[in-house]
Design a protein around this ligand. Structure first.
Ligand code: IPD
Ligand code: CA
Length: 284
């Protein structure tokens, strides 16, 4: 287990990535070891289909406990337990304090995990002064691990990534996802119904952080989804951006809850404009 720069408060992005990788590997081991009992401790969150398992909770606890020891001054935002503040946050808060915040999704793709579909990931990113500077997403089943450092490129298990070379929207394989709220899903389904005849095909793979990494990898051409939380977007969004994709929202809004669109430059505008026409960021 690496300790960042021998100094608990250091914020060099490469060192933050090193630590993130150690933590995510430990988290992925925990997830794998709990797969046989995946269906235990299952509870629901925002809707009857939005599940959390004992493995989500145990993995989040493991990573946050280690962060609290190794980086006691940092803030953490975890999907299952919310905000954990480091000390002195009132003094240190502010846009340029250099304060580090970790964004953690212990299992992105929990429904896949529950059903034994091997497409889920542990996602951890480090943000400094509000900018994501380092991130890692690991699939515990396949061992695929995507990493990125701001300004230094994106990699899968050491191989540099550069996205797909698709030039036309009609030839693009897209991925998207759906929220847990019924009304939101109905709106998202209408958007998909209109878009589907205009592209090569659309996948609903089930883990947004990995979808973003797959787009970085060129194994899908582009990804969009409305309603992602910060922990879904942080690490995978950096991986996609560092692979050369444009990662935005719609109409000049940055990527965020209202929309995440990650696409190669050659098709970004066309897909953006189509999503605007279809009011993909609208609805509930
Ligand atoms: C979900 C997955 C899914 C996406 C949802 C997310 P979770 O995360 O990333 O692919 O469509 O919007 O909430 O609940 O499995 O951590
Ligand atoms: Ca999750």
């Amino acid at each position: 287990m690496s300790q960042v720069g021998n100094s608990p408060g250091a914020s060099d992005p490469r060192e933050l990535l090193e630590l993130a990788v150690d933590l995510v590997r430990a988290g992925a081991d925990r997830v794998r070891s709990m797969r046989d009992v995946a269906a235990t401790g299952v509870a629901t969150k925002s809707s009857p289909t939005d599940v959390v398992t004992a493995a989500d909770r145990a993995t989040e606890r493991l990573i946050i406990d280690r962060l609290r020891v190794l980086r006691p001054g940092d803030d953490v935002l975890g999907e299952e337990t919310g905000v954990h503040r480091g000390p002195d946050h009132r003094v240190a808060d502010g846009p340029d304090t250099g304060r580090v915040r970790w964004l953690l999704d212990p299992i992105d793709g929990t429904v896949n995990f529950l059903y034994g579909i091997p497409y889920y990931g542990v996602s951890l990113a480090a943000e400094v002064a509000g900018q994501v500077v380092a991130g890692v997403v690991r699939n515990p089943v396949s061992g695929e691990e995507w990493t990125a450092v701001a300004g230094q490129g994106a990699h899968r298990n050491g191989r540099r990534l550069s996205g797909s070379t698709v030039c036309e929207l009609s030839q693009a394989l897209l991925a998207t996802g759906f929220g847990y709220d019924r009304a939101r899903r109905a709106h998202q389904a209408r958007v998909v119904a209109d878009l589907l005849p205009e592209v090569r095909d659309i996948r609903r793979l089930g883990a947004a952080s990995i979808d973003l990494c797959m787009a970085a990898d060129g194994r899908i051409d582009a990804f969009y989804e409305k309603g992602l939380a910060p922990w879904d977007l942080a690490a995978g969004g950096l991986v996609a951006r560092e692979a050369g994709l444009r990662v935005t929202g719609l109409g000049g809004v940055p990527a965020g809850t209202s929309m995440v669109l990650a696409a190669p430059l050659a098709i970004h505008q066309a897909l953006h404009d189509r999503l605007v026409d279809l009011d993909a960021a609208g609805g509930p």
